[in-house]
Design a protein around this ligand. Structure first.
Ligand code: 5IU
Length: 480
């Protein structure tokens, strides 16, 4: 064993001892449970291990990747990049997760010239999408990406995806190698190693070959929901796409009713046919904690997710309070919320923080269905851009048309759909048919409200809309 291998061996044992590797049954983003969870965030509490790990990863990769600067993928790899920068005297760059709307408006902080090269540092690679987001930002500032130094490759296809996107990526460790070292050193049992192998075989993630992050050529409209689940960057967005694929439904019902009893009764009736139930909890006169709990119970039994169509629109500090602390305690029970982008990216970040690491996501309102609404095409474009830069929390967009986005994992939610589409509610709502929504307007999830809730037989109506919407989706994916 050479000295680098020895250092790697003892590093893996140290990682195990400080609790950076957890064993059990962990629900992962890909929807399959993993027997091992790597959490390098704990290393900030163990500076010596953090330092060894950072310097060793650099030592392994340095002969292959050289650059004028280094840049850690925010936030976890920032500490690692800082250690490498200081010890090797390589200037660092910091990529902002969202562009500043004031001052210098830079996406990347630090001094550099157009054409300078930069090496990206990342702690763990699963699909490779976080690195690709960083590449996109660095390149948009005129930097050239010389390569990526990765601490742990989970072995789920991320390295291949990066290579296919032209990234010269080097990882110090794979999960399989870590398990092997711990098994050889007697810390874990062989059964864990084989459970890990099985998990890895079942959970490969591939970013489609044609996906060019700079000029996206992927047409999400031709991809299946399952394929898009693999490239979704929001964990709950991914869960919704997986649910749609397996349950064969793209129907969301807007249950706009005044009483909790009515809400829960409709939820039970439509449950088998929907992927998502949309609420306006502030319109339900007696909505309380019990209502939320009962709704959650039905959603688990019937396998659907919940969206509170709150359309948050205030400044970050306020929306965070409304989301997590208001009387409705929305963050506790709604997987998704809707939000206007009117107040800027700060409110999206604030909502994300207020979600407090619970699996939560948001849909930004890019367009509205109501007649005479004030949204302009520039506003829509800016909204899409905020969605893209916050795509770990923003699961999709509410829109009436196929708004162009470079991320095929984002979901288009389209309200204003009814079979009797020519009718009017006299209050500005404009309805289109299920087929028009899916085939002409690009809807992924279609919201039907009164078309179902006001029908004589709610269950049958939900069934009918589900079958029409699913057939339209199948036609869309198969055609062309
Ligand atoms: N909704 C719209 N249009 C929009 C947005 C939300 O109709 O542009 I943003 C909501 C309002 C209601 C549901 O909860 O979607 C549509 O219900 P009906 O199908 O009953 O109109």
């Amino acid at each position: 064993m050479n000295s680098i291998e020895q250092k790697i061996n003892s590093l893996v044992v140290d990682l195990y001892k400080v609790g950076a590797l957890k064993f059990g049954d962990f629900k992962m983003k890909v929807g399959i449970n993993s027997p091992v969870y790597v959490d390098l965030r704990v290393l900030v509490s163990h500076p010596k291990v953090l330092e060894n790990l950072s310097l060793l990863a650099w030592e392994c990769a340095e002969p292959h990747v050289k650059g004028d600067h280094i840049c850690g993928v925010p936030y976890n790899a920032l500490s690692m990049a800082t250690i490498i920068s200081v010890r090797h005297n390589i200037p660092m760059l910091i990529r902002r997760k969202e562009a500043k709307k004031y001052g210098t408006k830079k996406l990347v902080e630090g001094q550099f010239k157009v054409g300078d090269t930069c090496v990206i540092i990342e702690d763990i690679v699963t699909s490779g999408s976080s690195i690709m987001e960083t590449v996109k930002d660095l390149e948009s500032e005129g930097l050239k990406v010389a390569g990526a130094v990765i601490i742990v490759d989970r072995g789920q296809g991320g390295m291949k995806n990066l290579a296919e996107n032209g990234i010269n990526a080097h990882s110090m460790l794979t999960l399989t190698k870590m398990m092997q070292i711990l098994c050889d050193e007697g810390f874990i049992d062989k059964t864990v190693v084989s459970a890990m192998d099985k998990y890895l075989k079942e959970s490969q993630i591939s970013i489609p070959l044609t996906l060019d992050f700079h000029h996206c050529q992927v047409n999400r409209l031709k991809m299946s929901y399952g394929e898009r689940a693999n490239v979704a960057t929001s964990p709950v967005g991914r869960s919704l796409l997986q649910l749609m694929e397996t349950k064969k439904t793209n129907l969301c019902v807007a249950v706009d009713v005044g009483s909790a009893e009515n809400l829960l009764s409709i939820a039970s009736q439509i449950g088998p046919y929907i992927c998502l139930l949309k609420t306006h909890a502030d319109a339900v006169g007696d909505f309380c904690e019990e209502t939320a709990k009962s709704l959650e119970k039905i959603s688990i039994q019937e396998n659907f997710m919940i969206m509170e169509d709150r359309k948050f629109s205030d400044i970050g500090h306020t929306v965070a309070l409304q989301y997590n602390h208001g009387p409705l305690r929305i963050a506790k029970w709604a997987h998704f919320i809707t939000c206007h982008a009117i107040a800027g990216p700060g409110s999206v970040s604030a909502l994300k923080s207020a979600a407090d690491d619970q699996p939560r996501g948001c849909f930004l309102v890019a367009e509205m269905s109501s007649e005479g609404n004030l949204i302009t095409s520039t506003y829509t474009k800016e909204t899409v851009s905020i969605a893209e830069t916050h795509s770990t929390f923003v699961a999709g967009l509410v829109s009436q048309s196929d708004v162009t986005t470079t991320l095929p994992g984002l979901i288009q939610l389209t309200p204003g759909v009814r079979l009797s589409s020519g009718t009017s509610d006299g209050m500005g709502q404009q309805w289109v048919t299920p087929e028009e929504a899916v085939l002409k307007r690009g809807a992924d999830v279609v919201v039907v409200g009164r078309g179902i809730t006001e029908s004589q037989n709610i269950k049958e109506a939900a069934k009918l809309y589900q079958s029409k919407l699913w057939a339209a989706y199948q036609t869309r994916v198969r055609s062309g």
